[in-house]
Write a protein that binds this ligand. Structure first.
Ligand code: SAH
Length: 348
C-alpha cells in the first residue's frame, strides 16, 4: 500500500495508465483530494472498478491530532500531530489580515543542532515525505474549516536537508490541481546549506527564500549554529546573490536577537556592512526562550535600536510579531514537552 498524498499528477497518471484506465482520471482524483475528500468511496465521478483498484493500492496517511491549542491573544492555533508510526510533529496556523498562514514541519526533529532551537534537541528521527508534509495543511484546513493561503516552511526540520520531498511538496501545493497556492505565498527558511540553495535557484520557482543568519560574522555564528563550521557567511551570501540573479526575488534574512549575544550596536553595524546593496529584507525575531538552553530574549529597546541601525543603512527591517505567545507556539517546544512526558511515564 502507498500513501496517495505522495503521488503528484504525473505519478498518478503513470499508475493509472499501467492499470489500463484513462489518464484523465488522475486529475479528477487529485481534484477530490485537494478539495478535502479523503475517502475514495465519495469520489462519485470515478467508476466503481477504479475505486476498488485505488482502495487496493493506496491509503491516505493523515496524521492524528494528538493535541491542539488556540491562542486567546491572536487566534493562532497549534496542532500536535502523530503519523502512523507514532512520530510527532507540530504545525501552527496563524491568522493575518491577508489570510491564513501555516508553518509546516519538514522533518521529525532536526540534525542541524542550532543552540537556541528546541526542534534539534533530540536530533533528527526521519524525513517527512511530500505527502506527509501536505497532510499537515489538509488537517489544518479540516480542523479550522478555513482555507490556508500562505505556507512557511519554518517548523521543525531543515527543509533543504530533505530536498527532493520538499520540492515535490512545494510543486504540489502550487499546482492548480493541488492546493493552488501561489509560489509567492510560500516561504522556505534554511540555516544555509549552500549547495542546496544553488540547486533551489535553478528550480525556476518564485518562492521566498529566508536565510537564518542570526550573526554578522562566522566566529559568532559558529557559537550558535554548527552549520557555520561547514559554510561561511561569505559562501551563503554568494549563493543568495545567485538566487537573486536567477529568480529576481528578494531574500529575507532572519536574525533572532539573543540578549548580550548578538544584539549590540556594533553587531548591527557589521550586519549592515555585509548586507549592503543586496536585494534583501531583515526580519528580527525576539528569541523564544526554550527550556533546554539559557538564551535570553533581548529587551524591546535593544531590538528597536538594532532595527533602527539597519533601517538607517537602507536595509529594510521588520520585527516579527510574536504569534501565539500564550500557547508555546515556537517550533519544537510542544513536541519536546510531550516526549519528556512520555519518557517520564515509562520511568526511563
Ligand atoms: N531549519 C530551518 C527552518 C526552521 S526554524 C532554518 O534554520 O531556517 C525557523 C526559524 O526559527 C529559523 O530562523 C530558526 O533559526 C528560528 N528559531 C529556531 N528556534 C528559535 C528560537 N528559540 N527563537 C527564535 N527563533 C528560533
Amino acid at each position: 500500500m502507498q500513501n496517495i498524498l505522495d503521488f503528484n499528477l504525473e505519478d498518478l497518471k503513470q499508475w493509472i495508465s499501467e492499470e489500463g484506465e484513462s489518464t484523465f482520471r488522475a486529475k479528477q482524483i487529485l481534484d477530490w483530494i485537494y478539495k478535502g475528500t479523503l475517502e475514495f468511496d465519495q469520489m462519485n465521478n470515478i467508476p466503481k472498478s477504479l475505486i476498488e483498484k485505488l482502495k487496493d493500492k493506496f491509503y491516505f496517511s493523515i496524521p492524528e491530532v494528538v493535541d491542539k491549542f488556540k491562542s486567546d491573544i491572536d487566534g493562532t492555533e497549534k496542532f500536535l500531530l502523530a503519523y502512523n508510526d507514532g512520530n510527532l510533529i507540530e504545525c501552527v496556523v496563524m491568522r493575518y489580515k491577508h489570510g491564513n498562514s501555516i508553518c509546516v514541519s519538514t522533518q521529525v526533529g532536526c540534525r542541524m543542532g542550532c543552540k537556541f532551537c528546541a526542534s534539534t534537541v533530540g536530533g533528527m528521527v526521519r524525513n517527512l515525505s511530500s505527502g506527509e508534509i501536505i497532510a499537515q495543511v489538509l488537517v489544518a484546513q479540516k480542523i479550522t474549516g478555513e482555507r490556508i493561503s500562505n505556507i512557511v516552511l519554518m517548523g521543525s526540520g531543515e527543509p533543504l536537508d530533505n530536498y527532493e520531498n520538499v520540492i515535490k511538496f512545494i510543486r504540489l501545493v502550487n499546482a492548480s490541481y493541488g492546493l493552488n497556492i501561489g509560489q509567492r505565498h510560500i516561504t522556505l527558511s534554511t540555516c544555509g546549506l549552500v549547495p542546496e540553495i544553488m540547486k533551489l535557484a535553478d528550480e525556476d520557482l518564485q518562492i521566498t527564500l529566508a536565510i537564518s543568519l542570526h550573526a554578522p560574522n562566522d566566529v559568532l555564528r559558529k557559537t550558535m549554529m554548527p552549520v557555520a563550521n561547514k559554510y561561511s557567511i561569505d559562501e551563503i551570501l554568494e549563493a543568495c546573490k545567485y538566487y537573486i540573479n536567477k529568480t529576481n526575488r528578494r531574500i529575507t534574512f532572519e536574525y533572532s536577537l539573543v540578549s548580550n549575544v548578538n544584539d549590540n550596536e556594533e553587531q548591527a553595524k557589521e550586519l549592515c556592512e555585509i548586507l549592503k546593496g543586496m536585494l534583501c529584507h531583515v526580519n528580527l525575531i525576539p528569541v523564544n526562550e526554550v527550556r533546554e538552553n539559557n538564551f535570553k530574549k533581548s529587551t524591546s529597546e535593544k531590538i528597536k535600536k538594532f532595527g533602527n541601525i539597519l533601517n538607517s543603512c537602507g536595509i529594510e527591517t521588520t520585527v516579527r510579531r510574536e504569534m501565539g505567545a500564550d500557547i508555546n507556539a515556537a517550533c519544537g517546544q510542544l513536541r519536546r514537552s510531550y516526549l519528556e512526558a512520555r519518557k517520564d511515564n515509562k520511568g526511563v
